[in-house]
Design a binder for this molecule. Structure first.
Ligand code: NAD
Length: 356
């Protein structure tokens, strides 16, 4: 399995983003985001997204260096239309603005509309938490055939609609819940397909609505649908992500005619803990609650009770010395780079200069 140092993957990703047309700062933001997703263990939202981004660029469905439009700037309400801008920078810029507003007013409600794929939502939770803010985000995914079947449905009607909550700690987020509302993120079905493995039971239905663990038809032929997690409850959360990010925030909705893009809209609430009370006291209470939860006896066959965000932190520690990228994904990345005129020698040079 090809294995890369994080710095080497960052260099190749930034090279591709620059050749897509991004300015240095945008390319660096995209590269950092994607590699951090790999470090967190979410290969579905890491550098393996690059071929999709190149396809979106070449169909004018992703716009590098886009200037977001401020639709409403009214105290604690901020509405920003990203106009298909490169999602990682559009979303990070908007959340940074919302954090600034929360610092002034105590809280900010951010409606981010119509960004090209914004990637791993946890990145924005980390951004807010690192600035001392709690963060709640409802996100919808639109502009392609809807891959999520809601509870009781035999076909897709929604995107994989992620939900995220982050709470600050003394060193980064104390807790970070970041999840698709489908049992697995769509990208995880792509990773399974690329590796030739199956997806977990209860995650996927075929074109007839019957359960399957084979991701082939879903990824290759866009047939079947991913199931919402947690039956009617997860399905309900997926519906509310759609409503909050689409109808309420004003982003593209699931019921609108779609194309072949990947668009994210987000309704995020950012709360400055220092305006709410004593942040140290709040963080102390969070840690006490965490310790209480973790002190439970473990269920048979389980090693440890984990909390939201712990698997990602552990993965990042483990992968800091090397990130494996499966051969199919790596070949796809090199082919996408080739479409931008990037030679293998340039890729090798970017990797080589960052091998240490
Ligand atoms: P996941 O199922 O791996 O994890 C979901 C959450 O559960 C995480 O907060 C994780 O810390 C926690 N968790 C995992 N194992 C745990 C355990 N044993 N005990 C306690 N907590 C545990 O994540 P996912 O649903 O596959 O999502 C993957 C990524 O996909 C996320 O980063 C999400 O933002 C991203 N995503 C993005 C989009 C988009 O359109 N931009 C759409 C869907 C998903």
């Amino acid at each position: 399995m090809p294995t890369f140092r994080p710095a080497a993957l960052r260099a190749v990703t930034a090279l591709i983003a620059r050749r897509m047309g991004s300015a240095e700062t945008e390319a660096a933001e995209v590269a950092d985001h994607l590699v951090r997703a790999n470090l967190a263990g979410h290969d579905s939202h890491g550098v393996g997204m690059l071929p999709t981004y190149v396809r979106l660029l070449q169909s004018s469905l992703l716009v590098p260096n886009q200037t977001a439009e401020t639709v409403l700037d009214a105290g604690a309400l901020l509405v920003v239309d990203a106009r298909r801008g490169y999602g990682q920078r559009m979303a990070a810029d908007a959340v940074r603005r919302a954090v600034g507003r929360a610092r002034e007013l105590g809280a900010c409600v951010l409606a981010l509309r119509n960004a090209a794929h914004i990637g791993r939502i946890g990145t924005y939770g980390e951004l807010a938490a690192n600035a001392g803010c709690a963060f709640v985000a409802f996100v919808n995914v639109s502009d392609h055939a809807p891959p999520q079947a809601t509870f009781g449905a035999a076909e897709g009607r929604l995107g994989t609609n992620p939900f995220c909550v982050a709470v600050p700690g003394s060193d980064g987020p104390a807790l970070l819940l970041d999840m698709a509302t489908t049992t697995i993120a769509a990208g995880k079905a792509r990773v399974a397909y690329n590796k030739g493995t199956s997806v977990p039971e209860g995650a996927l239905i075929d074109a007839e609505g019957k359960p399957t663990t084979d991701p082939t038809a879903f990824i290759r032929d866009h047939l079947g649908a991913l199931l919402a997690f947690g039956r009617h409850k997860g399905s309900g959360l997926a519906v509310m992500c759609e409503i909050m990010a689409g109808a309420v925030a004003g982003g593209m909705r699931a019921d609108e005619p779609y194309g072949d893009g990947v668009m994210n809209s987000m309704l995020a609430i950012v709360i400055d803990l220092s305006k709410l009370g004593d942040p140290a006291e709040i963080v102390g209470s969070v840690e006490a609650t965490k310790a209480f939860i973790k002190s439970a006896r473990v269920a048979p066959g389980v090693e440890e009770v984990l909390l939201p965000g712990e698997p990602e932190r552990r993965s990042a520690e483990k992968r800091s010395q090397g990130i494996e990228v499966d051969p199919t994904t790596w070949n796809d990345i090199c082919a996408a780079a080739g479409k931008l005129g990037i030679t293998q020698a340039e890729i090798d040079q970017a990797l080589g200069a960052n091998a240490g």
